[in-house]
Design a protein around this ligand. Structure first.
Ligand SMILES: Cc1ncc(COP(=O)(O)O)c(C=O)c1O
Length: 582
């Protein structure tokens, strides 16, 4: 881009200017706003404006230099550059702040009645400048934004001027901060290649990505154990003939070879659709509801990509603490779209409903008119659907995320302890990949940080009557919360067959390994001794009277104590060692 083109971007007539150099741009700008360049004020304004046009060219040059040189810099040079640029931001803000004085005075001098002043509210720009340096993200609670001029807002509507955010259903600074933050965390060294959109719920994020990729009569190859709401959305809405009529093929996915069979099945079952050019996509949830089992995500991605299929992964349950699927060395092993329900462990408080989709930049956003812009998620779905995340909630998610590591570490250790304690009872069947003999243990260890399980597993109690089971289940409160939403700081229990997976029919439940009396535990970060003590007490109260001897078979207290001690010490040691290794 030539210097004059760069400067034009700063002009109020950026698209229609007739100016050919900086002085004529300045002259044109002053006249645009009715200022006489020959006047004393005009001359002062012109002087500043000329500096700004030059600064715009230099700032662009700095950006280009940064892009070219960043990779090979020493760490000390990176620190120096960061701080120099941080200081530059303060200098620019200082300029803005200084210019606020005369701006405010002009506003005050325009003069209007108290009625109008009250109705309009404060003119916030003067005071918003210093808020740039708020130590936490500013909660930008506004529906709309002040725009600079007609041509800038025209560009903003084309996605060519991101400084003007137009309307908070589309863009909002607080939500954008969260989107940038989750990309930094999920994509790590590949951050500049990825982009995220936040949604008003995890379900809205799932719907966002499905409605983005799926067309009429397309096909979805779906892993079996997914969140019940997602199952319902896929089967009851997308597959409904009067909606998109998509074809669904289900597979386990614990082993990537399962995928080959599902793909073969899709090719057979939907040969006519494929012949007509309809497309197939892959939808995975890993670790998955309700057992916390891990799929071979890298293996499935690789096979799907080799067959030309895009992969969507709901990575909610693992969180970036346990897995970083977008940071696989081999891009073919990475999913194309990664979904989070922020509602769960990322926010961790149980006070927010929110979600996001992360994808490669070119699939998520391009300015209008650039090749492929209509196929980006922003224009195809986001812009038109309106499920944006409000600023207050985005802020709350970010606050929660600060403690993700410590919360997840405690939860994962508690999961191992609870699973092992319960598994030691001969009548309790534990489905948890934290157990060394579990079929999914190796897959989990291969993909999860420190080989830790997701804080989610299920148990079945054998040989206990329905009456005793229900009395027992109802006695688990308050140490085990009678609640549905996993990913809070407290442990909760639910019966998937009656709740999160009630959308599945009997054969679906059986295939998913869910019995009517299966208990799902979403483990929190309480003291594990309290959880264990309460579990045993509830069994004493509700099971023991009907099944004498049941409680005598729990792990003895001294062994339980040793189990807790061993896992706390060992996992923390490995955690610290992982930090010193990197
Ligand atoms: C794995 C998973 N994905 C997505 C969702 C949906 O998220 P939300 O409740 O934020 O809509 C849930 C909700 O329970 C979930 O467990």
């Amino acid at each position: 881009m030539s210097d004059i083109e760069i400067m034009q971007k700063l002009s109020p007539r950026r698209n229609t200017t007739e100016a050919t150099d900086a002085p004529s741009l300045v002259d044109e700008q002053l006249r645009h706003f009715g200022i006489d360049p020959q006047s004393e004020f005009g001359a002062s304004l012109a002087k500043i404006t000329l500096h700004l046009y030059a600064a715009q060219v230099d700032t662009e040059a700095l950006w280009n230099q940064t892009l070219q040189s960043m990779v090979q810099l020493e760490r000390t040079e990176k620190i120096a550059r960061f701080n120099a640029k941080k200081f530059l931001s303060f200098q620019l803000a200082k300029l803005l702040d200084t210019s606020q004085n005369s701006f405010r005075r002009s506003y005050q001098r325009i003069g209007c009645t108290t009625t109008s002043k009250l109705t309009k509210g404060p003119y916030p720009v003067f005071d918003n400048v210093t808020a740039i340096f708020s130590a936490t993200p500013v909660i930008t609670r506004t529906a709309t934004y002040i725009y600079a001029c007609a041509e800038w807002i025209e560009d903003a509507f084309q996605g060519k001027e991101l400084l003007l955010e137009i309307y908070s259903r589309l863009l909002n600074p607080t939500s954008v901060t969260l989107a940038n933050h989750i990309v930094d965390i999920e994509a790590g060294p590949y951050t500049s290649e990825y982009f995220a959109w936040n949604f008003s719920s995890g379900m809205a994020a799932i719907d966002g990505v499905l409605s983005h990729v799926l067309g009429r009569d397309d096909m979805l190859i779906q892993s079996r154990n997914i969140y019940g709401g997602a199952h319902q959305l896929i089967h009851d809405w997308y597959a409904k003939p009067s909606n998109l009529g998509i074809g669904v093929v289900t597979f386990d996915g614990h082993d990537a070879a399962d995928f080959d069979e599902a793909l073969e099945e899709t090719r057979k079952r939907y040969a006519d659709r494929l012949a007509q050019g309809r497309k197939a996509y892959v939808y995975l949830e890993s670790p998955c509801n309700p057992h916390g089992y891990v799929l071979d995500v890298p293996g499935i991605c690789k096979r799907a990509h080799a067959a030309g299929l895009e992969v969507i992964l709901d990575a909610t349950v693992g969180t970036p603490f346990l897995q970083l699927p977008l940071q696989r060395d081999d891009p073919e092993e990475r999913p194309d779209y990664l979904i989070h329900s922020y509602t769960k462990d990322l926010s961790g408080t149980g006070t927010v409903i929110a979600g996001c989709v992360i994808g490669r930049m070119e699939k998520m956003f391009l300015p209008k008119g650039m090749e492929g812009w209509q196929q980006t998620m922003f224009w195809n779905v986001y812009y038109v659907k309106g499920a944006f995340l409000a600023a207050d909630l985005a802020f709350e998610v970010m606050q929660g995320m600060r403690t993700l590591e410590v919360r997840m570490l405690a939860k994962c250790i508690n999961t191992v302890i609870l699973a092992r304690f319960l598994d030691a009872h001969p009548s309790i069947n534990v489905h948890c990949n934290a157990l060394p003999e579990d079929d999914n243990a190796e897959a989990m260890r291969g993909q999860h940080f420190l080989g830790l399980p997701a804080p989610l597993f299920t148990i079945d109690i054998d040989g206990v009557s329905r009456v005793a089971f229900q009395r027992f289940f109802d006695s688990l409160a308050p140490m085990f919360g009678h609640m549905i939403s996993l990913g809070q700081s407290n442990t909760i229990v639910s019966c998937p067959a009656l709740t999160t997976h009630s959308e599945l029919d009997e054969s679906g439940l059986t295939a998913a390994g869910i019995r009517p009396t299966t208990i799902r535990m979403a483990v929190g970060d309480e003291d594990p001794r309290d959880l264990i003590r309460h579990f045993v007490d509830a069994a004493l109260l509700a099971i023991e009277p009907l099944h004498p001897g049941f409680c005598a078979e729990f792990m003895p207290p001294e062994d339980t104590h040793e189990l807790i001690r061993e896992w706390y010490l060992d996992t923390h040691r490995r955690y610290i060692e992982s930090k010193t290794e990197s």
